[in-house]
Design a protein around this ligand. Structure first.
Ligand code: TXA
Ligand code: MG
Length: 348
């Protein structure tokens, strides 16, 4: 279904809302990645998400709401810190894991006693959630949505990615794919929980640790894999994986690694100055990585898809710089590398 990048087409949204009301699946853009949405109040529709993705039932979904006012309808005992974070970062790329209310079904929560809630800022996503709310006269309506990719694959940042991965009916799996252009940020939301009285990051994203700490007025920890996996499927090591083996290499060692792998055809993602110094015949595709954490994240999934689709037999990615602002990018690259080796059969 055609749309245009930044201007929301009311007709497209009306059609998508009808699809949701009928219990269908709508792929829609958000500022992070595209979501595969269903009306959160229709269990059959929510179940269809798991079938389309091929995702295990125990992996919870995120509820997308129009604003903080809707949260009380899905969650209870909302901590003061959660209110502070909603005020500061919503609408935006932040998911809060909160004690669940009765309206959040087991299918949404993966049977846990918590529910993940987020309020996206993307204009299409907002129009869709609000449209669903107006159609049924309930402003607290929510869209349950994971990322719109097959389980274990790279998240989509364009409608074309969703078409390639899941496809639109009748030949594909999704009832309606809204084309709202490229996702502005390009990696999934930061997820936090409030377990044990502290704010913890379950999945790093564009909003980083110090930004969160300023908003809540206390230190924020990165949860260890041991405490969160497999509750957060995005934290399973083999997430966001390309189908070809992906290896992370220090930038200064890249040229030597490329040579060592000759004559294997390679796809390389590295800073442009590192690419310029490569002199090898076995380069199938070289892509210049973004120089800032924002640019890097924005382009990453599209670049990984292009490398995966190239003639390369193996992918080499130069480690990005270190530091807090790069944490989310490092996290996704680590998981892509682990998943591509097939080490984690449980991958989301
Ligand atoms: O940016 C995003 O968050 C995108 C867009 C579409 O909103 N969504 C997304 O959904 O990345 P998904 O399902 O691919 O990842 C959601 C993550 C999963 O890792 C899931 O385990 C976690 O959120 N999650 C959801 N509810 C949770 C809960 N109650 N406790 C812990 N983790 C939860
Ligand atoms: Mg996902």
């Amino acid at each position: 279904m055609a749309g245009s990048d930044d201007t929301v087409d009311a007709k497209v949204v009306r059609h998508a809302v009808e699809v949701l009301l009928r219990g269908g699946l709508v792929a829609f853009p958000t500022e992070t990645v595209y979501g595969l949405g269903a009306d959160a109040d229709q269990p059959q529709a929510v179940a269809a998400i798991f079938r389309a993705k091929g995702r295990p039932k125990a992996h919870p979904l995120i509820l997308h709401v129009a604003g903080a006012d809707a949260v009380g309808s899905w969650a209870r005992d909302i901590p003061v810190a959660a209110h502070a974070l909603m005020r500061r970062f919503w609408p935006g790329p932040l998911t809060l894991v909160l004690p669940r209310g009765a309206r959040a079904t087991d299918l949404i929560t993966g049977g846990q006693d918590t529910v993940g809630v987020r309020c996206p800022s993307n204009a299409w996503a907002q129009a869709l959630i609000r449209g669903l709310g107006s159609a049924r006269g309930d402003k607290t309506s929510a869209i349950a949505a994971p990322s719109a990719n097959r389980y274990g694959r790279i998240s989509p940042t364009r409608a074309a990615h969703v078409r390639a991965d899941l496809g639109e009916k009748p030949s594909g799996l999704v009832d309606c794919i809204i084309d709202g252009g490229e996702s502005a940020l390009g990696i999934e939301s930061t997820i936090v929980d409030f377990g044990e009285g502290a704010v913890r990051i379950l999945r790093p994203g564009s909003i980083d640790r110090s930004q969160l700490a300023v908003a809540v007025g206390e230190a924020v920890r990165q949860a260890s894999d041991a405490t969160t996996a497999p509750r957060v499927s995005g934290r399973v090591s083999g997430h966001y994986a390309p189908s070809k083996p992906l290896e992370l290499v220090r930038p200064e060692k890249l040229a030597a690694r490329v040579q060592a792998l000759e004559p294997l055809a390679l796809g390389v993602l590295a800073p442009s100055e590192v690419l310029q110094a490569l002199r090898a015949a076995n380069l199938a595709l070289c892509i210049a990585a973004g120089a800032t954490p924002q640019d890097y994240a924005h382009a990453l999934y599209d670049q990984l898809r292009r490398l995966d689709a190239s003639a390369a037999a193996r992918l080499l990615v130069a480690y990005p710089p270190t530091g807090e602002a790069w944490e989310a990018v490092h996290d996704r690259l680590r998981r892509a590398a682990a998943g591509s080796e097939g080490r984690m059969p449980e991958a989301d």
